[in-house]
Design a binder for this molecule. Sequence first.
Ligand SMILES: Cc1ncc(COP(=O)(O)O)c(C=O)c1O
Length: 449
Amino acid sequence: MESRAIEQKRKLVTELPGPGSLELERRRTAAVAPGVSSAIPLYVADASGAILIDVDGNALIDLGAGIAVVSVGHAAPPVVEAVRQQASRFTHTCFMVNPYESYVAVCEALNRLTPGDHGKRTALFNSGAEAVENAVKVARHVTGRPAVVVFDHAYHGRTNLTMALTAKNMPYRDGFGPFAPEVYRVPMSYPYRDPIGMTGSQAATRAIEQIERQVGADNLACVLIEPVQGEGGFVVPARGFLPAIATWCRNNGVPMVADEIQTGFCRTGDWFACEDEDVVPDLVCTAKALAGGMPLAAVTGRAELMDQVHVGGLGGTYGGNPVACAAALAAIDIMERQDLATAARKIGEVVGDSLDALSASYPGVGDVRGRGAMMAVELVRPGTRDPDPDAARRIAQLCHQQGVVVLTCGSYGNVIRLLPPLVIDHPLLADGLEVLAGAVGRVLTEPAP
Ligand SMILES: Cc1ncc(COP(=O)(O)O)c(C=O)c1O
């Protein structure tokens, strides 16, 4: 791995948080809106590969990758160089005023890489939520229908429409209504919490019956789904679920929109998670890992759908910013050249073995799941499936105190998720997993304080 001068090794030189972070936390409290939270109060001064250096000089292992963004590693040298070069030429024109080549090249790359070999068109935006909003705009425009179907445990963003599309109340929606109308939620396939033995196709039938009863295909603009759910708890649907939903959509003339914002760009061991079951969505939303840490998002769709939107109907001042596009081209090149899909699968094997060992040792580890480098454990009260969010919080906190960044998620807040940069060195990954194992052991064997 290319890693500048920063050694890919965890090293703590102060208690965490150290004095520099504590001082910044004091300034933050006075200046920053408390509604914007941080999982770990360690202020970052530098980063490279899978290591974050805080302002006190502590080297932390990043098993979160800025929520699945820096898959190519922090400050990946080719991304940094592409950003530097582009920024020195021009930083903005607005593609809607004066276009430039890199926007076109990113769209060409996405048309080539997203599932399906049909004709495609792409439009670029700034954030995942904006991509989802625009996919719904396209679907509504093309079908002339209003309704959007989403799933239990879904997360699609924090704008008004995407809050409506998101399932979890706290902290995403609480008190922020009224929400956009015509959003209908149906059951997801969630093997750990579904009736025992429920297959993917049975779970799909359960969802489809509800769609037909409560919405009706004639009113439906699109079905929007994360092929593996992210914030909702790394829920991997049972095999057969996604293909059955895709088939129903196709048979009923309803566009299927895949939200690959968290799962995309090699994270799950394929370029896109839909590929695992050969599902070809009509529209794909991407963001996060697309641009190696720069803000960029996209909607890629069938040409015959995308071409129906009138000229000027899509866009935005910053969408497809040239610096972000240069970063994306460099990040995509790294993913292709270094075969990060294979790297993700290898990470998945290592992480899976480690989490399976925890599950065998501690009944509080209710489920181990995920795909590729998107793995998680769901924590429950031993002998039950009752969620144990407190255990997840304490385990994450213990990891943070020892310099390992892990994130929690899940509708019940009881899931620890791991999404390391796909370029992480395996000894570093092993160290992080050892810290996690120690934290799980301590929390699940000691009585809660
Ligand atoms: C699946 C999914 N969709 C949409 C979003 C929203 O993306 P953004 O935070 O860039 O708006 C996220 C962010 O976590 C996500 O994971």
